[in-house]
Ligand binder design. Structure first.
Ligand code: FAD
Length: 376
């Protein structure tokens, strides 16, 4: 029988949404958890903080959007949402376009006013690009979906910066589908429920940890005492990198990373939009966020802007986006198979499963894991 001094039922590695939802639900069922988090903040990549009364998201803009009513109702027990609807502007060498691709974009690009004219324009461009057979790379895939103008001005540069590779060297599956609308509708997401928590994301986690059955230790890396944790805890929920857990014995999984640079200005409105994407290849950042517009704040004299620079990943940087190409996917399968040998360890969340998840997906997966764990 495994034993730790405080009789914890679970060790949870990572204070992101996956681990935190699990701890909250376990506490509701009378089970005690210790959450360890290597960062100095809770909430994983959802963490936020307040500056000049503005909610700044620590790890890039997070907009909650879902069609999953159960998850929407679930998250609403911890916070109110402000009804924010994401609308993104694209800047291509000083020209401005609305995203996602819709009648506003087509009007700005070609001067066309009706859906029929827009359809015709796209079909003509697709035909003259003369791509036959199954698209071999992302460039061919994008052109065959949307034509050359939109591809070259709004997709190519942005995607190449994001992934650090030429579009002709990227697999077509990255943009299997493109959101294209033949209505004048700039709502970025098609989802029914959308918004940003009125007080930012971190208070959600503070509320989740209110129970006496949950303890949180920050600045604590699992790998500092892996062996002791494995001996002392009856069950571990592990949301760190799966390859690191196995000491990279089959090789290293690859990620794409991002670097953020923020600046504060004495102004109530600097760029007039929460998000502007820079879609040319020369500008080194992919987008600039102006946080006060996510909060729908009117005035208080300050505004904070954050530039997002994609970068190569190595072990000194945060691993943000898994690169689910063939090589990494088959490597992940080996780790997944290995992980099944550990019955008392549940590998979950985006790093444990080497998979990009939106917040609603991660919450839904954590709730499923809880049901399975408690036989419900
Ligand atoms: P995480 O949130 O990453 O939490 C895992 C935690 O484990 C981290 O805090 C990490 O420090 C900790 N950890 C790892 N290893 C160890 C270790 N060895 N010891 C101790 N602790 C460890 N989703 C949306 O729905 N909408 C958005 O707009 C959106 N925007 C995003 C923008 C960016 C730039 C990124 C990167 C993601 C975005 N997401 C968005 C996705 C969202 O962040 C994830 O769905 C969510 O954070 C995943 O939760 P998680 O618990 O699996 O992992």
């Amino acid at each position: 029988m495994k034993h730790n001094t405080k009789n914890y039922d679970y060790l949870i590695v990572g204070a992101g949404p996956y681990g935190s939802v699990f701890a909250f639900e376990a506490a509701k069922r009378g089970k005690r958890s210790l959450i360890i988090e290597r960062r100095s903040t809770i909430g994983g990549n959802m963490a936020s903080h307040k500056e000049h009364g503005i909610n700044v998201h620590d790890f890039g803009a997070h907009i909650f959007h879902t069609d999953n009513k159960e998850v929407w109702e679930y998250i609403n027990q911890f916070t109110e949402f402000n009804g924010y609807i994401n609308q993104v502007v694209a800047d291509y060498k000083g020209e401005r376009y609305n995203l996602p691709f819709n009648m506003n974009t087509f009007y700005q690009m070609w001067g066309v006013k009706t859906p029929e004219e827009a359809h015709e324009k796209i079909i003509t461009q697709k035909e003259s690009a003369n791509i036959t057979g199954i698209p071999k790379n992302l460039e061919e895939q994008a052109i065959s979906l949307i034509g050359t103008d939109i591809y070259s001005r709004l997709i190519k540069g942005y995607t190449e910066k994001q992934w650090g590779r030429k579009a002709i060297d990227l697999p077509p599956f990255i943009i299997r589908r493109l959101p294209v609308r033949f209505t004048y509708d700039n709502n970025y997401f098609n989802h029914r429920y959308q918004g940003i928590p009125v007080d930012g994301y971190t208070p959600i986690f503070e509320k989740m940890y209110e129970s006496d059955l949950i303890d949180v230790k920050l600045n604590t890396d699992f790998f500092e005492s892996k062996d002791a944790y494995l001996t002392e805890f009856p069950k571990i929920i592990y949301t760190g990198m799966i390859d690191q857990f196995f000491d990279y014995k089959f090789g290293e999984l690859e990620y794409r990373s991002v670097r953020f640079e923020s600046e504060t200005f004495e102004s109530n409105n600097k760029q007039g939009s929460a998000v502007i994407n820079y879609t040319d290849s020369e500008t080194p950042y992919t987008r600039i966020m102006e946080w006060r517009h996510f909060d729908k704040k009117a005035d208080d004299g300050y505004t904070i802007l954050t530039k997002e620079y994609p970068q190569d990943w190595d072990k000194t940087k945060e691993a943000y986006y898994p690169i689910n190409d063939e090589k990494n996917s088959s490597l992940f399968k080996k780790y997944k198979k290995e992980s099944r040998k550990f019955e008392n360890i549940l590998f979950g969340g985006r790093l444990g499963n080497y998979q990009y998840y939106d917040m609603d997906q991660v919450i839904s997966l954590a709730l499923k894991a809880v049901k399975k764990e408690f036989g419900e």
